[in-house]
Design a protein. Sequence first.
Length: 137
Amino acid sequence: MLDSLTQWATLLSPIISVIAIIVALHVARSSSKDAQEQIKAIRHLLDVFVAANNMDIVEAQRKYQQQLIELEPQIEEAKFAVETAHSPFIGGPLIEQIHEHEEYLNRKEYLNQLLAKRKEIGVNLSLIQDYIHKATR
C-alpha cells in the first residue's frame, strides 16, 4: 500500500507542478491586463489635466512674452544711461564727482535688475515650452 501511494505521488507530482505553473501564468496574465488598464486610465486622467490647464499655460506664455517685449526697450535705455553716465569732461568739485559716481552705480544696479528680470522671464518661457513639448508627445 505504501509503495502504491509513493508511486502515485511520484506520478502526480509533475502533473501538479504543471497545473500550478499554468495557474500562476494565468494569474500573472490577468493581473498584467489589470495593470495595463490602470495605466490607460492614468494616462487618460493626465490628458484631461493637460487639456484643462493648457489654456492657463498658453495665457501665461503670452503674458511672459509680452513682458519680454516691454522689457527690451527699458534695457536698451538703461544700457545707454550706464554708458553715458561718466562724462570725459568731469573735473569739477569732488562732490560733483562723487554724485556722478553714485548716479552711475544706481543706473548700473537698475540695469542689472532689468537683466535679471529678463533672465527670469526667459527661464519661465523655457519651462513652459518644455511642458508643452512633453504634453504634446
